[in-house]
Design a protein around this ligand. Structure first.
Ligand SMILES: Cc1cc2nc3c(=O)[nH]c(=O)nc-3n(C[C@H](O)[C@H](O)[C@H](O)COP(=O)(O)OP(=O)(O)OC[C@H]3O[C@@H](n4cnc5c(N)ncnc54)[C@H](O)[C@@H]3O)c2cc1C
Length: 308
């Protein structure tokens, strides 16, 4: 028996793909979806956290499009950065037009300087801050990349490695940076210039679609202890589940705390993991939906509407 702990996307997808193999999903909440849930209130649909569907892997895109046939709408990203009393488009590095001339100058000169300087640190030792300085230059680091990312990640960027950034932070060519400083737009940048989102029902329709392929799921059952030696999991409601394989999708430190028989170095390493907490504030605007504006507010607001 394969025991899956957690009915967020990871747990649901695992059970879905196991098909006819014997498996059971255990979820502590009264519903599935984890972070990827929606709820409905006073005619509004809110997501627990905003989710946009952009896919790096073709097979995942095919999977999601297959689960939600005809239920997804494609949107174009419209994200803006407010700085120096000006809104500029995201990503900053190719959209400095409109900022004060001395800021644009610093950004341009800093970027040009990176093109002739050899990297100071080997990739494996490079912090995120060093990556920004080496790839985007001092002006962009000072005016956006460092303050924005330190606010987002809540740590000094010297403490973050850079191996994960390459796909996430667009590294433009000189032509793109110059075009951006002059206000010329000839291409889209970043990993999500367009994205998919359910046409109706909020992002919660995605876990809902996986659920139709999951046969055995127990709600309101929180994992409290795992005996990895005997392959037994105990739940707060008194259930004791024996398993051949345990698939945990709950946060790693929480799992390790519940595995009483793990060696001390593993427990200490798990306690050393850090995370950033996020508050998601949802606002409902009681006015008629205007088609092209809605997505601009989408990650934090919902507009009550009856017509598509
Ligand atoms: C603010 C924010 C924005 C995001 N935006 C996007 C986006 O735009 N696009 C995108 O693709 N991804 C986005 N993500 C990432 C995405 O939400 C996650 O990758 C995905 O939802 C994680 O799914 P999961 O199943 O791994 O974890 P979770 O959704 O956390 O699921 C874990 C499940 O385990 C359950 N659980 C926890 N402890 C126990 C226990 N002891 N016993 C039993 N059950 C337990 C929880 O209740 C939960 O249902 C965003 C995440 C955040 C926080």
């Amino acid at each position: 028996m394969i025991l899956i702990v957690g009915a967020g996307l990871a747990g649901l997808s695992t059970a879905y793909h196991l098909g006819d193999r014997a498996c059971r999903v255990m979820e502590k909440e009264k519903e599935a979806g984890g972070l990827c849930r929606s709820y409905h209130m006073d005619g509004f649909t809110f997501d627990v956290t905003g989710h946009l569907l952009h896919f790096r892997q073709a097979e995942i895109k095919t999977l999601v499009e297959g689960l939600l046939v005809g239920s997804l709408t494609k949107h174009t990203r419209r994200s803006y950065i407010y700085s120096h009393q000006t809104y500029t488009e995201y990503p900053f590095q190719v959209n400095t037009y409109g900022l004060p001339p001395e800021v644009v100058r610093e950004c341009l000169l800093g970027f040009i300087a990176t093109l002739t300087k050899p990297p100071a640190t080997p990739p494996e030792d490079r912090s995120f801050k060093a990556w920004i300085l080496e790839n985007l230059g001092e002006g962009m680091a000072k005016h956006f990349m460092v303050p924005f990312n330190e606010k987002l990640w809540q740590v000094s960027l010297d403490e973050l490695t850079s191996d994960w950034v390459a796909w996430l932070v667009p590294k433009p060519e000189l032509k793109d940076v110059v075009n951006g400083a002059l206000g010329i737009k000839d291409k889209a940048f970043g990993y999500n210039p367009s994205f998919l989102y359910p046409t109706q029902g909020g992002i919660g329709v995605l876990p809902g679609a996986f659920l139709s392929g999951v046969r055995d799921i127990v709600y309101g059952s929180e994992l409290v202890e795992v005996d990895t030696g005997r392959r037994r999991a105990t739940f707060q409601d008194g259930r004791l589940e024996e398993y051949d394989t345990l698939v945990s999708t709950i946060p790693v430190p929480e799992l390790v705390r519940r595995c009483t028989d793990l060696p001390r170095p593993i427990r200490e390493a798990a306690e050393g993991l850090r995370c950033v907490s996020v508050y998601n504030v949802n606002l409902g605007l009681a006015r008629e939906r205007r088609r092209c504006r809605t997505m601009r507010y989408m990650s934090s607001t919902s507009t009550r509407c009856t017509s598509p």
